[in-house]
Ligand binder design. Sequence first.
Ligand SMILES: [Zn+2]
Ligand SMILES: [Zn+2]
Ligand SMILES: [Zn+2]
Length: 150
Amino acid sequence: MTPLSLSPRAQRLRDAGYKLTSARLAVLRAIEDSDGHITSSELLERVAAADPSIGRASVFRTLDLFTRLSLVRPTYIGTSVTPTYVLMPNGHHHHIICTNCDRVIEFEECGLNGLTSELEKRLNVHLTGHLLEFYGLCDDCFRLPRVHDA
Ligand SMILES: [Zn+2]
Ligand SMILES: [Zn+2]
Ligand SMILES: [Zn+2]
C-alpha cells in the first residue's frame, strides 16, 4: 500500500490523525467498492475475502468509528434486520423509499442548506451531514389496485 493509492477518504482519515490500519483500509475499500450501500454481512464477507486476518470485531469497531466520523450512516432498507450502511458523500445521502415494494430511488438535489444553517444557529449545534429519507409509493405501486386505498 503506497500513499498514492489512498482514496480521498483514507487521506482524510489519516489527516484527522487516525492510523490507517489494515482493518480500516479494508472496510473503507469494501464500502467504496459497493454502490454506496452495503449491509454489515456483505461487508464482513468482502473484508474476509480481502484479508482473512481481519476479525468481525474489528470490522464492527471500524464501522462504529466511520459512523462517528460521518463517513457512513446505518439505515434500515426494506425488511432487512441488519442495517445497510450508506456512504455519505459530502455529508449528504437522499432516498425515496417505496413503502410497498421497497424500491429505493436516489436523488442528488438538496434544498437543505438553509435549514442546516438555521438549525445550527438556533439550536447551537454543528452539523456534519444528513441522511434524508422520503417515504411513499412509486408510480407502479400507486397504480396497483388497493395498495393506497385499502
Ligand atoms: Zn413501489
Ligand atoms: Zn442511497
Ligand atoms: Zn442533502
